[in-house]
Design a protein around this ligand. Sequence first.
Ligand code: TYD
Ligand code: MG
Length: 453
Amino acid sequence: MRAKLRYRCQDCGALQPKWMGQCPDCNAWNSLVEETAAPAAKAAGGNRFAGYAGTGSIQKLDEVDLAEAPRISSGLSELDRVMGGGITGGSVTLIGGDPGIGKSTLLIQTLAYLGNIPALYVSGEESAQQISMRASRLGLQAGHIELYTETCVENIIATILDKRPRVVVIDSIQTLFTEQLQSAPGSVAQVRDSAAQLVRMAKQHHISLFVVGHVTKEGALAGPRVLEHMVDTVLYFEGDPDGRYRVLRAVKNRFGAVNELGIFAMTETGLKAVSNPSAIFLSRHDEPVSGSVVMVSREGTRPLLVEVQALVTDTHASQPRRVTVGLEHNRLAMLLAVIQRHGGLTMHDQDVFINVVGGVKVAETGADLPVVLSALSSFRDRVLPPRMITFGEIGLAGEIRPVAYGEERLKEAAKHGFRHAVIPAANAPKKKIGGMEVMAVKRIQDIIDLDFF
Ligand code: TYD
Ligand code: MG
């Protein structure tokens, strides 16, 4: 029997018996989402989200059994790394990313590696033939993987409880539907309810679950953000679609560090872990060009050398354009304002484009100095010295602020043959590192006064 449906406003939480375009309580538009009136899990205390990790009894913290179940290796060292050291029993991992980036391949490879650990691949997206053809095209030893093409959550759960696999892949959550709700697969209510049922099952029966989720144009996981709260680990698979490398980023992890990066090379035979990735994103120019600088960023626990490029050119529109790829857009506007106010250089009649080469995303503030250097280099059409690196944060008062792990970044750059560094004065090492010439800067004016500008 179908449970009674009702509609909850996602903004104010008010309940309505019917769907409406506008919430009568808070006047938000298009915020009503259907849900079932009867709590699905009476046994779990009436709260349908309860019972995720519960034992049902009260314990003292120091009496909790800490003996951690051994983690299962995924066979890809970089995937193990972002997950915090392998797959944890009963963990739920959400993997997001653009279509075609390699999510299905990554998971098929993992299951292929697991060998005799019972695993199940549930596909709502591709047919068994498609998956099998891809596996054989990539030359994977995947004959033992159990495939199940199904989109009804209730059937999937029944099959899992019958077969008892230890690892389950759901590809993808947007294709699933639960019989409890009437809305179409992929809708907010369907995605959330399907995921909640799967997560509850994984926790109760100690099954490691991977859930693939699609990413919208805005870059968020499609469907509700609430998915991210329900799962233990959220991984984003990113990279330049035409490029050779892929980056897997942990944005949430209950079993390891966040912001850890795993780096893979995409090959004819599937994904290969890149264990020493620090310089793979550097492009090699034959001749030095203006507007390009190498930044040493530190993503996760490793330094990474990336090229930041700028193009500053006369604007022909009434509004100058500010475009960033791989960096936060607002940060660029802020930096241009700081250059204007504290450096006396105005770019209000210039379009400014900034690009991080290789499809990498840099989220840390250490990118400020690279952005300013590359923009000035392009603006004045001056080539920066070859073999130069930079990193550093810029404050609103025009001061250059230090970033964490300065020494480690310099060492990594020296290892790759870099000889000059423009860095915050507070990051300047007391002793010379690897013969590196350090130009320490304190204020925005110090940058503009550098010899090469
Ligand atoms: P796929 O895993 O299907 O992407 P997603 O599930 O994220 O949409 O990968 C897309 C295609 O790229 C697929 O035809 C296989 C191919 N591919 C390779 O040839 N080598 C690789 O290393 C990867 C990751 C994918
Ligand atoms: Mg896929």
